[in-house]
Every structure is written in structure tokens, then in C-alpha cells.
Write a new protein. Structure first.
Length: 561
């Protein structure tokens, strides 16, 4: 059992109770009275929701208002609830599977009096499910890694529901949630809850796995009344919280277009009337009200074709329309607060675009082939040596004004050029600098595509800038390799797996963490994919912790401001 030492107690007082966040506290505690006392013994209970088994709740009562610091298996203590009270129901997050977990509780009152190690508990957790993906950590440089836990949505390649899971800095599972249906994007909200795409709908859950709110779209499997109605077609790929508290998502629409291209390989093929699917960028309020929506059909050329623009990805969704074409296949929509605009990745256009709230196009970043006027005037011109992205994912601005994305690299060609095979191409994380005044773009950093770091994910993928270290977290989420470990276009005899890798933001970049999801040596199915991975400072809510002092008697009241 872990015992609080004098050194650990001092560390707790100096700020390690700050929910796992960085920064230190100046804590001249008053110690003008006795520390809190437990009046009803602490008890630990398995989380009430069976979908999230590596979570628990501790209940207890104290003789005066206090907050509870929770230490799990010797890790840095955290304060799950910063509201002083006498009756406590504290979430316990960060348990490991299939073991006996040691929990140490300390009590702190508003005067800074601390009862260290006031209660010690144990809880035994079930093992991971038999169908859980294999996770293997191959690189771990703790000194250079961004602190925190890595959250990711993993899915079986053969279809069906996957897992929303979190691993610690050693790659050990410390939390997971099993959704009821197939899932997509997942992100943390400012209130500490998780927001994710569940098939065609949106779901918010707390860290105990309880559903806080659901939003039902027009093609939902949910019945009317079971969720908040949002009057759009299915949500796909992107779901995020805006600074306003509204939600931003991608949806889609279908239009019948005359004289549409019919071939990616024959430039002489006759056009024909076609049912074409294009994307909508949608902003909606928590009550389901559509605040704004923008059709990509109305922003860029709906007749421009790149490889896979003629694919029938949405045929089953729009089965009554006959064969469909997947013109844009947008896979990320990001808000840029610097100028109140939106950046959208259009996979089947090999382009990233930026547009304003009024729908006016700002620029197009991508290969200049096959762009007609008036859209050609918005193309960014290369400044210096760069490679254009192909079939990219997750384009997003950084705090220093650059643009990060995962360049999947499919084909590295546009119609009617010769495609590159999986064995001939590569993926990479890439960073561009856009100058909107001169309408130029330069490539300032990349990882991948060079000897020693060649990899290829034909789909999925994500890139995140990490705030403390400025490292880059890369989701290499859709690997398809043959028996020799080489990328292949064939699914026969191939392995399907994924990788999450953290690298330094330097040239050449250094790997400081690498987690393999699935078994690269095993032919799929089963196989595993990862849509996006993000690093969270803690499983508990992120917050700003004020300086504690002897004057302010309400030292915890501002913790969540």
C-alpha cells in the first residue's frame, strides 16, 4: 500500500493536486485549525455504468467542507471535485485493468489544513475484454514526452463497435468506454465530458460513461424523442465544441448535377447527369437549433474531379438515388479564431480550403491541377520547395499561425496522371505556413516520407500540436501491410493495424513515444484502426488553479473558472 511521505505531502501542497496539470502553486497554508475528519467511512464502488468499467466512485462524509485529493497506484494526486462539501461522491479515474488498485485519499479544508492519507482503499478491476485490441509500446522517452493520457477511438477493421480508450505514458490502459454502436471522432469538452460521433449522431458522456446528451440526425436509428433533434443528414468525421459552446460538425447533402465527369482515366469520356454527394459544415446549438451551415457545393467547383471523386462511398446512405459520386469527402472542419473563419479538409479534392462565415472563399491549399476560374484565383502559390498533400486529414491551425495536417499520400497524382501504388507512396505529418497577403504557402516541417521514417496509411489519420513541449502527436491510423511488412493495396493476406507516435518538433524529428494498436504480424480480420488520438493532461477536468493564500478563505471556489 502506498504511504504518504513528507516529501510527497509537500509536493501535493505545492500544486500536484492541480488535476494533473502543469504549473506550480504558492501555498503558504494557514494551518489555523484542525484538519478535516472523516465522519462516515470512505467506501469505493465500481462505476455505475458497465460500459466504462475502469472507473469508480468513492463516497464519504467529512466534519467540515473539504475537497478530496485522490492518489491512484502511486500516481500524482488529483482533485476530481474542487467544490468544498461535507458529503462526497468522488469519481476515481485511472484504474488499471485486471489488478488490485490502491487508492489513497487526503482531505483539504478551505484554510489549507490537510489530512494526508486519511483513507486507504483497494478496488479490484476486471481484465480487459477478450476482443480488446493488442497494445504494444515500442518507444517511451518520458523526459521528452508531453505529460498526460492519450485518448483514442479504435475500431475493428471488420466493422462493429470499437472502444474509446485512454492509455498512460507507458501505454497501459487506464480508462475505456464501449459505445453501443460504431463510432467516429471523439474530443474532450471544456466541461470535462467527452463528445463523440455515434454512427450518425452526436453523444456527450461524462467520464463515468453516463450519457449527458444525445443529438439525433435525420437518418438516425434512434426514435424521435430519444435525443435532441438536429435537422441535418448524418454527422460524419468531425464533431467539436466551438468557443461559443455551439457544436461544429460535418454533414452531407446530395444534388443531381448535369454533365458530370464519368471517368478518372479517360479524358474523352462523355459527361452525364449524376447524383453527387457534397459536404455541409454545420454549426448547431446544444438545443439542436441550426445556427449556420455552409454547403461546399457553393464554395468550390462541384465539377472538379480528383481521384476517388467518382467513388460510391455514400451509395447505401442514398440508396434511392441510384449510383452516387463522393465529390468532396470532407474529413475535418476546424474553427480559426484568429479571423472567425473555418478550415476544411476535402479529401477527394486533395485540397484544404479556408472560408469566412459569409461563405466567401479565402484560399485553397493543394495541387493546382484541374482548377478552373474563378476558383483558380484562390490557389496558394508555393514559396520554396514543398510537396502538396494528397487525400489529407485533420487540417488545423497552430497557435503560431501555421497549418498542420496528416498527408495520407494516396496516389500522389491527379487525373489523368499515373497513380502511385501503396508500395510507391507514403504518408507524413506536415506543417505549412500560409501568407494570405501574398497568397503563398511554404512547407516548414514534416515527418515521414524520408528514409528511416517511411509509412503509409491510406485512410484516417490525425496530427496534434502538444502545448507544453510543442511535440507533435501523430495518428498513423490505417496501416495495411503484407507478410513482409510492406504497404499493400490488397486486403488478401494483409494485416490491418495502427500506430500513435509522438515526435519532437524539430528537423529531423525524434520519436519519443510510439504505441502499436493491433498485431502487425496477424492477418486481418480481426484488425484495428484508429481515427484520431489526442493527448489530455489528465483524465480529470482541465482547469486553472489559483494561488492559495492565507487571506482567501474560499480558495477552491475559483478552481473551475
Amino acid at each position: 500500500m502506498t504511504v504518504f511521505s513528507v516529501e510527497k505531502a509537500a509536493a501535493v501542497c505545492l500544486g500536484l493536486l492541480s488535476l494533473g496539470l502543469s504549473g506550480s502553486l504558492s501555498v503558504p497554508f494557514a494551518h489555523d485549525g484542525a484538519p478535516p475528519i472523516i465522519t462516515r467511512p470512505a467506501a469505493i464502488h465500481q462505476a455505475p455504468n458497465s460500459t466504462t468499467p475502469l472507473a469508480a466512485v468513492v463516497t464519504l462524509e467529512t466534519d467540515e467542507p473539504a475537497v478530496i485529493a485522490v492518489e491512484i497506484n502511486g500516481a500524482v494526486p488529483a482533485i476530481p471535485d474542487a467544490s468544498p462539501r461535507t458529503q462526497h461522491a468522488i469519481p476515481v479515474l485511472g484504474l488499471r485493468a485486471g489488478t488490485t488498485n490502491a487508492i489513497v485519499l487526503s482531505l483539504i479544508d478551505s484554510n489549507g489544513n490537510v489530512a494526508y492519507g486519511a483513507a486507504r482503499l483497494e478496488i479490484e478491476t476486471p481484465p480487459l475484454p477478450a476482443d480488446f485490441p493488442q497494445l504494444t509500446t515500442t518507444v517511451r522517452n518520458i523526459r521528452k514526452m508531453e505529460p498526460g493520457v492519450t485518448l483514442m477511438m479504435v475500431a475493428p477493421s471488420g466493422g462493429g463497435s470499437g472502444f474509446l480508450l485512454a492509455v498512460d505514458d507507458a501505454g497501459r490502459v487506464v480508462w475505456y468506454h464501449r459505445p453501443s454502436r460504431s463510432t467516429g471522432d471523439a474530443k474532450r469538452m471544456r466541461n470535462g465530458n467527452l463528445l463523440y460521433i455515434d454512427f450518425s449522431d452526436a453523444v456527450e458522456i461524462d467520464m463515468l460513461g453516463n450519457v449527458v446528451q444525445r443529438w439525433r440526425t435525420s437518418m438516425s436509428a434512434l426514435q424521435p424523442g430519444e435525443a435532441t433533434e438536429v435537422a441535418v443528414n448524418p454527422i460524419h468525421h468531425e464533431l467539436t465544441e466551438l468557443p461559443s459552446g455551439n457544436l461544429l460538425a460535418l454533414s452531407h447533402e446530395i444534388r443531381r448535377l448535369e454533365n458530370y465527369p464519368t471517368s478518372e482515366t479517360d479524358p474523352r469520356a462523355s459527361p452525364a447527369a449524376t447524383s453527387v454527394v457534397g459536404d455541409l459544415v454545420v454549426e448547431f446549438a446544444r438545443d439542436g437549433t441550426i445556427v449556420s451551415q455552409w454547403s461546399l457545393f457553393d464554395i468550390v467547383d462541384p465539377f472538379r474531379m480528383s481521384y476517388d471523386s467518382l467513388a460510391g462511398f455514400w451509395d447505401s446512405t442514398y440508396s434511392t438515388y441510384g449510383p452516387t459520386r463522393d465529390w468532396s469527402h470532407a474529413n475535418s472542419a476546424t474553427y480559426d479564431p484568429s479571423d472567425d473563419s473555418f478550415i476544411v479538409s476535402m479529401r477527394h479534392q486533395d485540397a484544404v480550403i479556408k472560408f469566412r462565415r459569409d461563405g466567401r472563399l479565402v484560399w485553397i491549399l493543394g495541387n493546382p491541377n484541374r482548377w478552373n476560374n474563378p476558383w483558380a484565383a484562390y490557389l496558394l502559390r508555393p514559396s520554396g520547395s514543398l510537396e502538396w498533400p494528397f487525400h489529407q486529414h485533420a487540417a488545423k491551425p497552430t497557435p503560431w499561425g501555421t497549418l498542420l495536417m496528416f498527408d495520407n499520400g494516396n496516389y500522389r497524382a491527379t487525373p489523368f496522371e499515373t497513380k502511385r501504388s501503396a508500395a510507391e507512396t507514403y504518408s507524413r505529418a506536415v506543417e505549412y505556413k500560409v501568407d494570405p497577403q501574398t497568397m503563398t504557402v511554404s512547407q516548414v516541417w514534416s515527418f515521414g516520407g524520408l528514409p528511416g521514417d517511411v509509412f503509409y496509411s491510406s485512410a484516417l489519420g490525425n496530427v496534434e500540436m502538444l502545448p507544453r513541449t510543442e511535440n507533435i502527436l501523430i495518428t498513423d491510423g490505417f496501416r495495411n501491410t503484407d507478410a513482409q511488412g510492406k504497404a499493400t493495396d490488397s486486403g488478401t493476406g494483409a494485416s490491418r493495424w495502427a500506430r500513435v507516435v509522438e515526435v519532437t518538433h524539430e528537423t529531423p524529428a525524434q520519436k519519443v513515444f510510439e504505441l502499436i494498436v493491433g498485431d502487425p504480424s496477424r492477418t486481418s480480420p480481426p484488425g484495428w484502426t484508429v481515427y484520431r488520438a489526442v493527448r489530455m493532461p489528465s483524465l480529470y477536468r482541465e482547469t486553472t488553479v489559483p494561488v492559495w493564500n492565507t487571506v482567501d478563505k474560499n480558495i477552491f471556489s475559483g478552481l473551475f473558472n
